[in-house]
Design a protein around this ligand. Structure first.
Ligand code: SF4
Ligand code: SF4
Length: 292
């Protein structure tokens, strides 16, 4: 049976749909956004975190120091197994854990008491649609248990998979990043045509949705992209759009994964107000989240 590879389960989430929610982060993404705040979710395989500040190494008398290497963080060297599961300092740990749909159902349903009437579960990532084979049976179990289900997607997924997911969902967050056709592919691999097909299917499905726009200069916050997003908004029926300034939370995670640091330039309140105004003029109902 296929399992779900989960990097994190966040309980009491307040920004991932109606009410209090349990947000499940699934590994694997078709995009590679340079600003990604959850870089551990991009690879579809399990990885290791390596926190060099916790490692005491040779000087600290660690019995595994000869096997220790930054390679542990990216899981490249099978021979360096000493640190992987035995680190006495907690400097090395696995990024994700496998669950069968039944195991994940049991983990999620524990939270039912605090969801109240409005809350539920949100699948995020990464790109949850990539794990559709084990995810659909889980969503069906949740639906049978009358759990409210939302999922967040970047929309860069096969249209047939997306449509199947929609059948089990009560709400969808569709990310909107850089959708300038000549730029997007090079920037993060987005197929804009596919994205627009999925958006069109979503908008015709009757499933309520919200477009999520992270502002990152110069990737998503540039006049060419904001113009294009406004044009798209005008083709929809007053869509909900959530905007927020992208934070640099991914930096420490990049370090622990052995990846290069990326630069995220500051977004000001003036930027947020400017984009909010343009989207409202285009007909969107805009919610601006405070800077994170
Ligand atoms: S086991 Fe832990 S403390 Fe020891 S060398 Fe490896 S990472 Fe460092
Ligand atoms: S789509 Fe989301 S998870 Fe995937 S790389 Fe971009 S920001 Fe990261």
């Amino acid at each position: 049976m296929e399992t779900l590879l989960v990097s994190n389960i966040v309980r009491y989430a307040i920004h991932d749909g109606d009410g209090l929610r349990t947000t499940v982060f699934l590994k694997g993404c078709t995009l590679h956004c340079p600003w990604c705040a959850n870089p551990e979710t991009i690879s579809a395989y399990n990885q290791y975190w390596f926190d060099s500040e916790k490692c005491v190494g040779n000087q600290g008398g660690c019995p595994f120091h000869e096997n220790c290497s930054r390679d542990a963080a990216v899981g490249l060297a099978g021979k360096r197994t000493g640190c992987f599961d035995s680190c006495p300092m907690g400097a090395v740990s696995q990024v994700a854990k496998d669950y069968t749909p039944e195991e994940l159902f049991a983990e999620i349903i524990k939270d039912r008491l605090y969801w109240g009437n409005d809350g539920g579960v949100t699948f995020s990532g990464g790109e949850p649609v990539l794990q559709i084979v084990p995810l659909l049976p889980l969503m069906k179990m949740l639906k049978d248990a009358l759990v409210n289900i939302a999922f967040e997607t970047a929309g860069n997924v096969p249209a047939s998979d997306f449509e199947q997911m929609l059948k089990c969902a009560d709400f969808v967050y569709l990310d909107i990043k850089n959708i300038v056709p000549e730029k997007a592919g090079k920037l993060n691999g987005l197929d804009v045509k596919l994205y627009e097909t999925n958006l069109s299917n979503l908008s015709g499905s009757g499933v309520p949705f919200c477009l999520r726009l992270p502002l990152i200069r110069p990737y998503t916050l540039c006049s060419e992209n904001i113009d294009r997003i406004c044009q798209l908004v005008k083709t929809l029926n007053h869509p909900d759009v959530e905007i927020f300034a992208c934070h640099a939370l991914g930096d420490i995670k990049r370090k622990w994964l052995g990846l290069e640091k990326t630069t995220v330039m500051d977004i000001t309140d003036t930027d947020l107000k400017m984009v909010e105004g343009l989207l409202k003029e285009a007909g969107a109902k805009v919610r601006t989240l405070s800077k994170g």
